[in-house]
Design a protein around this ligand. Sequence first.
Ligand code: SF4
Ligand code: SF4
Length: 123
Amino acid sequence: MRNPMKRTFNCRCCGHCCLSLIDAYNGCVSDADLQRWRALGREDLKAWVKTLDLGPGNQLHLAWVNPETGEDVERCPWLLERLDRKGFLCAIEEVKPDHCRAYPEHPPHAAATGCSGYQGARR
Ligand code: SF4
Ligand code: SF4
């Protein structure tokens, strides 16, 4: 939801990317994500990932999968609505998956996918 590397970007915390873009909340996480969480002892995050073994050196880490039911989630389990109900927050902002961290990739990507974070940004 926020990428500090993009100086002209200002996340509105609207939650659109987490709520509406399927890759954001229900896709795959990377090997690097899992390694990072392992190093941090974040078993609670790993518990929501289901790894499919597709052959030697070929794994797919599906996220997010409810550890109790084994079902794909319908909404990211880490998305929190702000108390004032004026937006959303990521409960795992500091360690969120790479694909969340990378969104949006650039202004045209934001515009094409409904993110308003570049609108009105100072250059
Ligand atoms: S859609 Fe854009 S502005 Fe809205 S929460 Fe996601 S990154 Fe932030
Ligand atoms: S992990 Fe955080 S940034 Fe990624 S979809 Fe969930 S709430 Fe949004």
